[in-house]
Design a protein around this ligand. Structure first.
Ligand code: PLP
Length: 399
């Protein structure tokens, strides 16, 4: 007998009629790949990033095929390469460290703050050496890292900052948004993100001189893209540097553009759901009302600093019971994820980075305890109550 499907999906996208109509409009046009829809989306995303700031200059936005490729292109555009070290966090998806390695540089992992799981600026400062070229913070779950502290460190030591902002475009902390203080911030429009086209990404930068290079690197290192050449008398194009095929396409931009108008109201809905989770979980799971089982100060529930994009709702279970709780939730049809196991514990990084177990204790503890629960605007309160009840049973069953 087939297993019953999930009762509550981990994520459900909201692409509908508006996105379908927008996609259809592009199908009926001349360009499908890197063309006017990408340019329009880049412009609209730039405007979104300065929303509410009267007269503010928007950053330049460059659409990419993914956040993963955006991170790599941003590092390359900043001339990070062989012989360089980039300080980053183990509390992330593999792409963050992959980007550094693929640029030919070496990721140096440092520990995170217990309360948030965000890269710890004191650990960053302590890890700076003669080969350090940059810092790559990750805005984990949608909380902005302490960009003011990181920018101060970068300025003191002449470093660049690339922000991994895969978990949102909406966040703000101490008046700072993604791309405000970093040399570049990179977003993801992967299938489970707050705005999505299946796979896609973008880079925001306030360094105008970088944007031309970013555009070239995403398009093979080519001097002029095909749509820029269209309609002109033929002229030879050139390849002026080693590049990638890593652009956003017009078809993807067509799916993204209608979603920009909904970003803030959908964030507000996830915020309300996250607050409701916190209250209901504390009511239903007695353990969550007591002190967390942590010598290092890792809490049961993460209280975001500033405005979080609320891309992920994360709970920290007791380490030894985490996997049993995940199994129990799975058996009840509740979709879950783990964001993330500390990456130096994953086979490839364990074999290549040489960071021993125990070296980054806070990240390891969070990685051993993390469970992400379903969180998206169409999640109903009834579904949320099913999740909370299942979490309560899972905690009780797991002893
Ligand atoms: C923190 C983080 N960085 C980077 C990525 C890579 O994003 P993409 O799938 O758009 O390449 C992800 C993907 O989920 C992520 O969670």
């Amino acid at each position: 007998m087939a297993a019953p499907g999930p009762v509550v999906e981990f994520y459900r996208h909201q692409l509908g009629e508006e996105e379908a109509a927008s996609f259809r409009r592009v199908l009926d046009s001349l360009f499908l790949a890197l063309g006017p829809e990408v340019a329009a989306f880049e412009h609209e995303m730039g405007a979104f990033l300065v929303r509410g700031r009267r007269g503010a200059e928007p950053p330049t936005v460059v659409g990419t095929s993914s956040c993963s490729m955006g991170l790599l292109i941003a590092l390359r555009a900043l001339d990070v390469g062989p012989g360089d070290e980039v300080i980053t966090t183990p509390m992330t998806f593999a792409s963050t460290a992959h980007a550094v390695l693929l640029a030919g540089a070496t990721p140096v992992l440092v520990d995170v703050e217990p309360a948030t799981g965000l890269i710890d600026p004191d650990c960053v400062r302590a890890a700076i050496g003669p080969r350090t070229r940059g810092i790559l913070p990750v805005h984990l779950y949608g909380q902005l890292a302490d960009m003011r502290a990181l920018r101060r460190i970068a300025d003191d030591r002449g470093l660049v900052i690339v922000e991994d902002s895969a978990h949102g475009v909406e966040m703000e902390r101490d008046g700072v948004r993604p791309g405000d203080l970093g040399d570049a911030a990179v977003f993801s429009f992967y299938a489970t993100k707050n705005i999505t086209c299946g796979d896609g990404g973008a880079i925001a930068t306030r360094r105008r001189e970088l944007s031309e290079r970013l555009r070239r690197l995403r398009n093979h290192g080519m001097s002029r893209a095909a749509t820029e050449r269209h309609g002109d008398p033929y002229r030879h194009w050139d390849i002026v540097e080693l590049g990638y095929k890593a652009n956003l396409t017009d078809l993807e931009a067509a799916l993204l553009r209608p979603q920009v108008a909904w970003i803030e109201s959908r964030r507000a809905r996830r915020e309300a759901l996250a607050r409701r989770y916190e209250a209901r979980l504390r009511e239903a799971v007695p353990a969550l009302r007591g002190p967390a089982p942590s010598e290092r100060g890792v809490p049961w529930l993460v209280e975001p600093r500033g405005t979080s994009s609320r891309n992920l709702f994360t709970l920290h279970a007791p380490a030894l019971r985490r996997d049993a709780i995940l199994a129990s939730l799975g058996a009840e049809g509740i979709g879950t994820a783990v964001n993330f196991r500390a990456i130096h514990r994953l086979a490839y990084f364990a074999a290549t980075l040489g960071v021993p177990r125990g070296a980054l204790p806070i990240a390891e503890e969070i990685g051993d305890r993390t469970i992400s629960l379903p969180l998206y605007p169409t999640l109903t309160e009834d579904e949320q109550d099913l999740v909370v009840a299942a979490v309560a049973r899972a905690f009780a069953d797991a002893g």
